[in-house]
Design a protein around this ligand. Structure first.
Ligand code: TXA
Ligand code: MG
Length: 335
């Protein structure tokens, strides 16, 4: 049995959040909304609870989780120290879609960090998430609420699809505003390094702390050789269908080629486009809108039995860096 709680994201019903928080306190798993994607949450200080996340998600045990907090004070129990670069970032971007990685304290169970001596922490910018953490009175460890490898969940229906009857509770607060996971930054090396681009852009971060390291061409193979972020070595965000990534000027060429191989071709476009294929999903001309729709588009087209999905690429600036990072990782072919 999974309890589904519909909770308004702007005016959350405290009684319902309390109900969900009781599950967290009892060591159960709760899917909850954040501004980025839905999370699959459990008490971060409870080893048994964390194990349940890994089992439900079928997540490899060497891939650590992000710990979500609702107040800055909660940091001090989780980390050895908070360097000034971290303080600047927290002040500028929290609550918000930025995760920072610091040296962990001995109180954080090794299950949460997959045995690493570092811990990833963020404060989500979502009333329901923040109240859930408050009412649980513990930090909440949560990966994205999708089965390992599948596209991230940006609506409760996606979490229901993957976890109904497998976890105690799913909170439904509608769509996630951003739709892509947080920016992940490693702050334990000499130079701050972006491990995963997200809605907080590199430009915004550099305005606050100066130059950071980021290698946008982390290929699947080089990540396997030396996985800085353990999550990088796995295929990610992938729909059932084959996913081709094509720039706007090669879109028609990609469609022609795809139709030679398969009948059911779907295209995710940036704005209205007239293409002779089974499905066209207009994810919106605006880059933020495109970002918020992309994972839902992949799941939708899978649901329609599409065999090849062609996604239109975007410019790699601003949030476009994060969009292309996800699409490249999910793609089976770049046209
Ligand atoms: O927006 C988000 O970040 C969402 C919501 C639910 O907060 N969460 C999310 O979690 O995307 P997940 O588990 O899907 O992605 C976390 C990423 C993984 O690539 C993981 O390897 C990396 O962060 N990570 C976590 N802890 C780490 C650590 N100590 N060192 C290096 N990478 C770490
Ligand atoms: Mg994930």
């Amino acid at each position: 049995m999974t309890l589904i709680l519909k909770i308004d994201s702007e005016k959350p019903d405290g009684d319902k959040i309390l109900k969900a928080a009781e599950f967290i306190r009892k060591g159960e798993v709760v899917a909850f909304p954040t501004e980025t994607v839905y999370g699959l949450g459990a008490d971060a200080m409870n080893q048994e609870a964390i194990k349940k996340i890994f089992i439900a998600k079928r997540r490899p045990l060497d891939n650590p989780l992000i710990i979500h907090i609702s107040r800055v004070e909660q940091m001090y129990r989780l980390v050895e120290e908070v360097p000034s670069v971290a303080k600047k970032l927290m002040e500028a971007f929290w609550p918000g879609p930025l995760t920072i990685i610091l040296k962990k304290s001995s109180e954080v169970p090794p299950e949460a960090t997959a045995g690493l001596n570092t811990v990833a922490i963020r404060m989500p910018d979502h009333k329901v998430a923040l109240q859930l953490i408050e009412f649980s009175s513990v930090p909440i460890a949560a990966p994205s609420a999708n089965l390992s490898g599948k596209p991230s969940p940006t609506k409760a229906e996606h979490a229901i699809e993957d976890f109904y009857s497998k976890i105690a509770c799913i909170i439904d607060s509608g769509r996630c505003r951003i739709g892509l996971e947080s920016t992940v930054m490693l702050l334990t090396e000499d130079k701050p390094m972006i491990l995963r681009p997200g809605a907080v852009t590199i430009e915004e971060i550099e305005k606050v702390i100066g130059n950071v390291e980021f290698n946008s061409n982390i290929s699947k193979t080089s990540a396997v050789d030396k996985p800085v972020s353990p999550g990088m070595k796995y295929r990610h965000y992938a729909p059932e269908a084959k996913l081709w990534l094509a720039s706007e000027d090669r879109l028609e060429e990609a469609v022609r080629e795809a139709l030679k191989v398969k009948k059911k071709v779907g295209v995710i476009t940036r704005g209205e486009k007239n293409l002779q294929v089974a499905e066209v999903f207009n994810a919106g001309p605006d880059m933020e809108e495109y970002a918020s729709n992309i994972f839902a588009a992949l799941r939708y087209l899978d649901g329609r039995g599409i065999e090849i999905i062609i996604a239109e690429g975007v410019e790699e600036t601003g949030i476009g860096v994060a969009i292309m990072n996800r699409l490249k990782k999910a793609a089976t072919r770049i046209v």
